[in-house]
Design a protein around this ligand. Structure first.
Ligand code: ZN
Ligand code: ZN
Length: 267
């Protein structure tokens, strides 16, 4: 399989442990969706090839590797004459990055380094519903319902009119606006979070995440036949989540996403 129309799962866990990395997907070679600790799977050359990063929200498990990645590629991208890495996200997410990460306390302000006129990263605001063309892919920001402003993404390997899309929900609790939006799209693959087991449903509700029972309810609104993957399970919780899904009869149609997997885009 060529990497050009493939989503490489760099990390899909809700936290870390040996062999478990947090959310990040490499789409083709030049586009990264979220920048959790999974980014550490990339070689320096692969890191340098990333021209665009789209972020779902500001939580650490989705942005932790972004400041480190900026440091890794600063010199090489400059030497190679590459433009700044564009980081696309909601304005609130970008403001949080600027205020809490690139603030010269937690980390240097890489939006001004190595120089103000040619920094290594530049921040690009987007809004829910926006459609962008990045690295040859069409990307739409989808609604999400989380404890901080958040989005998901639909990605088409080219023109949205002629291809089916790959969808990542990002972190979200129950999200009727997502299903309304997806009813207008042909969804080939859906990567949907299920962060908690059913026994932790109160915690899931409080932190605006899904658990298998809530997932079952959500999937009833998915109209087009899609391949479904679940993501964002805590290390150590996968067995309990799988048991919950077996009990609900969900297991036959839902795959537990694994780090290292490559999903063909828009098949
Ligand atoms: Zn989150
Ligand atoms: Zn998360």
């Amino acid at each position: 399989m060529t990497t050009d129309h493939c989503v490489r799962v760099l990390g899909c866990a809700g936290a870390i442990a040996a062999g478990r990395r947090t959310t990040s997907f490499l789409v083709g070679r030049h586009l990264l969706v979220d920048a959790g600790t999974g980014v550490g799977e990339l070689t320096l050359d692969e890191l340098c090839a990333v021209d665009h990063v789209v972020l779902t929200h500001s939580h650490l498990d989705h942005i932790a590797a972004l400041p480190l990645m900026a440091d890794s590629v600063l010199k090489l991208r400059h030497q190679r004459g590459q433009p700044p890495v564009s980081v696309h996200a909601l304005p609130q997410t970008l403001a949080a990055l600027q205020q809490h990460v690139f603030n010269n306390v937690i980390w240097p302000d890489f939006t001004r380094l190595p120089s103000l006129d040619r920094p290594v990263i530049c921040l690009q605001p987007l809004q829910v519903g926006d459609r962008l063309t990045l690295a040859g892919y069409t990307i739409e920001a989808l609604p999400a319902s989380h404890t901080v402003p958040a989005v998901g993404y639909a990605i088409w390997p080219g023109d949205a009119a002629t291809h089916a899309c790959w969808v990542f929900t990002g972190d979200t609790g129950p999200n009727p606006r997502l299903w309304d939006t997806l009813s207008r799209h042909r969804v080939a693959q859906l990567v949907i979070e299920t962060a908690f087991q059913d026994a932790d449903h109160e915690l899931a509700q409080k932190s605006q995440h899904l658990h298998p029972q809530a997932l079952l309810h959500e999937l009833q609104r998915l109209r087009s036949p899609a391949q479904i993957y679940i993501t964002h399970m805590k290390p150590g919780d996968a067995g309990a989540v799988e048991q919950d899904m077996l009990r609900l009869g969900l297991r036959h149609k839902v795959t537990l996403l694994q780090g290292g997997e490559c999903i063909p885009l828009g098949a």
